[in-house]
Design a protein around this ligand. Sequence first.
Ligand SMILES: O=C(O)CCC(=O)C(=O)O
Length: 305
Amino acid sequence: MGESRDRSTSPRGVIDKDAYQELDSRWRRVRDLESSLGEDLLTSTEDPRCQALADGKAFRLVCDAVDQEAYLIPGLLSLQEQCDLLNALLTDWALPPHRSNLCQSSEASWLKDGLKKFCEESMDQSSLSVIERLRWVTLGQQYDWSSRSYLSDERPLPELLVSFASRAVELLRLAGEIHSMPRFQAAICNLYHAARRPSDRLGGHRDDVEEDATSPLVTISIGLPCVFLLGKDTRTSRPLPLLFTAGSMLVLTKRARQAFHGVPSIFVPPKLQLKGRSFRPATSQSWDPRTVGTHGARGWHLPVL
Ligand SMILES: O=C(O)CCC(=O)C(=O)O
C-alpha cells in the first residue's frame, strides 16, 4: 500500500516521460482477450521472458522492464481453493472488525445482511448494491488510508490466506530464490467488478509504507483475468504487461518489491460484458471464480511488513 503519483519529476522540476501512465492508458481501453491480440502481452510461460524454476512450477520474469526478483507462479491454487477464498471473503472477512471501503466501524448489520443474501442467492436491490460497491477489504494489521499508515492493533491474518501465500514462497525457497519464510502480517483484498467502472481498476503505485521494504509481497489472483502492469521503481520505465489469471500468484521481492504496479484492465468475456451499470442476477455459475462476473473478486494482495 503506498505511493501513487501521477507524474515523476526530475530534480530540475522537468516532467519526465511517464512511460507507466502511457501504457496504463493504453491497456485501460482493452476489455477482453480478443481485443488484446496484437498487443505486447505476456500470456504464457512459454514466452522467452519467463525463466523456469522449481521444475517449471515457478517462473522468474527476465526482461528489461522488470527487476529480476519478480516471479510468476501460474495455477498454484485449485478451483476449490479459489472458491474457498471467495467464500471466506464474502461470508466472513468482509465484515467488521476488518475495514472495508463500505464500513470502518463495528456496526454493520446492513453489510452482513447484504452479503448473506448474496451468498444465499436470494438477492434484492439492497444486497446487489452492497456487492456492487464493495471494493476493498483489509485483513490482518489494519491500514488507515487517510494517514497512510498501519494501525497499531495487530490482528492475525486468516490462516487460509497465509497458507496459500506461504505455498508460493516455499516454492521459491526450494528453488534457492528466497532464503526464509516471511511472517505475513497484512493483506488487502481488491474486488474489481465486471462493470469496468473507473473503480474497477488500480492505478500504478508502489507499496512503500511497510517498514521492511525488502520482504516479499505476494499477490493472488482469483476470478476474471486481468492485465497486471509490472514496472521498476520509477514511472519513467516502461512496465511489462502480463495476463494474470485465476489461481496464479505473483511474488515481488528485493528490488522488485519497490516496483510500480497496477491493474489497468479486467478482461470480461463478451457474454458477461455488461451494458451500463445494470447487474445480472447471481446464478450458481457466479460461484465459479473462473467466470465470476458481477462481483468479479480478483485481486489478493499480501504485503509483508
Ligand atoms: O489487485 C491486484 O492484483 C494488485 C493489488 C495491489 O497492487 C495493491 O492493492 O496494492
